[in-house]
Design a protein around this ligand. Structure first.
Ligand SMILES: *Cc1c(COP(=O)(O)O)cnc(C)c1O
Length: 451
């Protein structure tokens, strides 16, 4: 990097004060390439980038002649300050990194849906069509056990809609004490249910609940019970002296059974034996299943409702459903996730540990010359599914181990931030959720961080 560039002035004096040589904002903005960038990104982002570059120039960190190139380099690819991040945490579904990354099929669908589409128009008849019918059809075809399906904004919205439609005006929801879950960021399922007017009837204890507990609660309030709710403890595990009642038995109680499976797995996954799937839960007798679309399904943020056709229809027609309606982008991305090739989440879940280790070794070789001590090393690691589901499941993975002081520099990389995790005093860049196509960017970021 050039610092404090000096030039000869006609008078023969050497000008070393960078302030005097800093170009004017207008002059920089008049550059044809920056005018084009303004057209694409809007004036604000470009002006902001110019101001930042000129500040660096004044500070002597950037030569005046390099200002325009520096501005162009620093401009985002799209008009958003959101940054693309490489998820090297080893947590496949990372809430703070936007949960599921979308498949390229879903991204293509988003682009198509961004314009005007027939999302709610039947082109053959010219009449209004059922909104999102092709996405809903794809969901139903994937889970034929469901008599009806509906999609809302997220898992919490799915649960809120069920409660509003079936249990408002003081009717009660029977739920086990051990399933009164806090999802994250302070959101608690019991508070959500109560906020839409349901009365909670808690049964059992923190660690144990029996069918007879549910039966006693229902006998005490046979008409006022709207449904029994079973919530999958998706972000914690209770071990030891525990018992809960399986779906098969709850389904015999004579009131609707709603199961919040959380993760959005539609079919059982061999690597996640304890994670409930929508299909298996419906087969076991649940009347309705609620789930998120952006956890293990690997789709866009949305809430899935699957189950008895008459109940789904009631939900769909409830006035509150409109407030939870998903947009055309979500419907398009969901459909493409269902119909397209394996999502990145699905690919990460089934990645082979040997392959991950080979990738880690290759990256360590490529980076052997960066001159950090100790040098980058390929190590085995244990990855996790994430807050999105399957707590306690350990996925064999591999990582690039680096000195811990690189963590902040990688996370604040100006080009592509890389987020890893610190373990036993080392920074691990776990590869399970890093697409192979991102490896060149990862290598480049480590080189920058090591400088
Ligand atoms: C994640 C989760 C939710 C909330 O879903 P969102 O899509 O985050 O609104 C509800 N219940 C369970 C069991 C969950 O795991």
């Amino acid at each position: 990097m050039r610092t404090r560039a000096t030039v000869e002035h006609p008078g023969g004096r050497v000008e070393t004060d960078p302030r005097r040589r800093t170009p004017r904002t207008d002059t920089v903005l008049a550059d044809e390439r920056l005018r084009k960038a303004s057209y694409r990104l809007g004036d604000d982002l470009v002006k902001q980038a110019v101001r930042t570059a000129l500040d660096r120039c004044r500070a002597g960190e950037l030569a005046p002649d390099d200002v325009t190139d520096a501005v162009l380099d620093s401009l985002p690819r799209a008009a958003t300050r959101l940054r693309r991040v490489i998820n090297a945490t080893g947590v496949i579904v990372h809430t703070n990194l936007g949960r599921a990354p979308l498949s390229s099929a879903a991204v293509d669908a988003l682009e198509l849906a961004a314009g005007s589409t027939d999302v709610e128009l039947d082109l053959a008849t010219g009449r209004r069509g059922r909104r999102g019918r092709s996405a809903l059809a794809a969901l139903q075809a994937t889970v034929p056990e469901a008599g009806g399906v509906h999609v809302v904004n997220n898992g919490a919205a799915a649960l809120a809609l069920v409660t509003c439609a079936l249990a408002a005006r003081g009717r009660s929801v029977v739920v086990a004490r051990g399933e009164l879950v806090e999802i994250g960021d302070g959101f608690r399922i019991p508070e959500l249910l109560e906020s839409v007017g349901a009365v909670l009837r808690e049964v059992g204890t923190t660690n144990r609940v029996r069918l007879s507990d549910y039966e006693a609660a229902l006998a005490g309030d046979p008409d006022g019970t709207a449904f029994v709710l079973k919530v999958h403890p998706s972000n914690f595990v209770v071990t030891g002296f525990t018992s809960s009642v399986p779906v098969e038995r709850l389904a015999t109680l004579g009131v609707p059974l709603v199961v919040d499976i959380g993760s959005g797995l539609l079919h059982p996954h061999p690597r996640l034996p304890d994670e409930p799937s929508a299909a298996a839960t419906l087969r076991a007798g649940a009347d309705l299943v609620t789930a998120s679309g952006d956890k293990l399904l690997g789709g866009p943020q949305c809430g899935l409702l699957l189950g008895r056709a008459d109940l789904v229809d009631r939900l769909r027609r409830h006035p509150f459903a409109r407030a939870l309606r998903v947009d055309k982008l979500t419907l398009a991305a969901l459909e493409a996730t269902l119909l397209g090739p394996a999502s990145p989440v699905a690919a990460a879940l089934s990645s082979s540990p040997d392959r991950l280790e080979a990738r880690a070794r290759r990256l360590a070789d490529q980076l052997a010359d960066v001159g950090i001590v100790p040098p980058p090393e390929a190590v085995t690691s244990i990855a996790a599914v994430g807050g999105g589901g399957a707590p306690g499941v350990e996925l064999p993975s591999a990582a690039l181990a680096l000195p811990p002081d690189l963590a902040v520099r990688l996370r604040t990389d100006p080009d592509v931030p890389v987020v890893g995790r610190i373990e036993h005093g080392r920074l691990l860049l776990d590869l399970i959720a890093v697409p192979e196509a991102d490896e060149p960017d990862l290598v480049a970021a480590v080189r920058r961080a090591a400088r």
